[in-house]
Design a protein around this ligand. Structure first.
Ligand SMILES: [Mn+2]
Length: 346
């Protein structure tokens, strides 16, 4: 049985009927695709081909590097405009059609398959379920309902979709259903250790070196609760790294038990200092960024410093330490309040 949310507009049966009644499909997902986008598209494409349908997979941007060796990915048509005659567009992972970054899909019969909160249900058929950990979970249900046997290619793509969207089963709406699906995918030929290596162990040597250098120079303040990182052009050059190699760097100190927030200063010649902020749980770094003219989310925010003096940098670090202390105080108050209500359920 497939779990569906209240927001689901149509059922799996509607999706299957819409697919069964049509022959020529264009399969799309969001611009700057991730593993869930590519995996959902390719698994759907293989299933449609198994049904004898005509399929074109399109994307505004190239697939992520790690996905390029996966089956069929080389056939994706990349570009901002799609041309052709279709009976239906299957659009996955997109809260609204504009997220595809594609022109040429307007007016095409649209089957919308997605798990992002806030989906506008723009499709002629909408299969939406925010309780899915990945769009790949929904595609797996569609393929099952279509009666198409899972091949190793489909299983590989669906496993990659779930593996990447959950950050290797670290976050997201992971449920018993997620593991039931992954069990079936593994039985059908997905290779969990091989795919984990292929998706996540993709560092260049330059990336290893620059991460090592930045972490070696990490400064810890506020009783080791706040990590302060910095890099500049010279460090990148010395490490043989590119800006892309610094992706995710700001999150690394959060893997430590004590660190509750991270401040990263990026300096490039002739540009203002950019500041990235990250935090855990109730530590609100958005409020800090806002105080310096920036913005973001509670746990991920950023701003720009007009002045690169040590004082200007210290002002931000001081605010972040205060945010960590405020969150700790709020958590302590909450514990005291709950203890005041008796000791039930400890
Ligand atoms: Mn997704």
């Amino acid at each position: 049985m497939t779990k569906t949310s209240k927001a689901t507009d149509h059922t799996l049966r509607d999706v299957c009927e819409a697919i069964g009644a049509r022959e020529r499909f264009v399969v799309a997902s969001h611009a700057r695709p991730d593993g869930d986008a590519v995996g959902s598209q390719m698994a759907m494409a293989f299933a449609l081909e198994a049904l004898g349908k005509q399929v074109t997979v399109v994307s505004a941007d190239p697939p992520p590097e790690a996905c390029r060796g996966l089956p069929g990915v080389g056939t994706i048509v990349i570009g901002p405009t799609v041309a052709g005659e279709w009976d239906a567009a299957i659009v996955m992972e997109c809260g609204e059609l504009a997220r595809t970054g594609l022109t040429g899909l307007d007016g095409t019969f649209a089957i919308n398959i997605d798990h992002h909160l806030g989906n506008t249900l723009y499709g002629d058929v909408n299969y939406f379920d925010e309780s899915a950990a990945a769009c790949g979970e929904l595609v797996s249900s569609v393929i099952g309902a279509l009666g198409v046997p899972l091949t190793a290619e489909m299983a590989t793509h669906l496993y990659v979709a779930i593996l990447t969207d959950t950050g290797s089963f670290h976050h997201g709406a992971i449920s018993a259903r997620t593991f039931e699906i992954c069990g079936r995918l593994t039985a059908a030929g997905a290779d969990p250790p091989g795919l984990a290596r292929q998706m996540f162990d993709q560092y260049s040597v330059g990336r290893l070196k620059v991460l090592g250098a930045v972490l070696t120079d990490m400064r810890l303040v506020g009783n080791d609760g706040v990590a302060v990182l910095a890099f500049d052009d010279a460090l990148l050059t010395r490490s043989g790294a590119t800006l892309d190699d610094l992706e995710g760097l700001v999150n690394l100190p959060l893997a430590s038990r004590t660190v509750q927030a991270v401040v990263l200063f990026k300096t490039a010649a002739g540009e203002p200092v950019r500041v990235s902020l990250r935090s855990k749980g109730g530590v609100d770094v958005r409020a800090v960024a806002s105080a310096f003219g920036g913005g973001g989310h509670r746990n991920a925010a950023g701003c720009t410093l007009e002045s690169s003096t040590p004082d200007a940098r210290d002002a931000i670090v001081t605010r972040v330490v205060a945010a960590v202390n405020e969150a700790a105080a709020a958590a302590a108050t909450a514990v005291v309040a709950s203890e005041g209500h008796g000791r039930a359920g400890t």
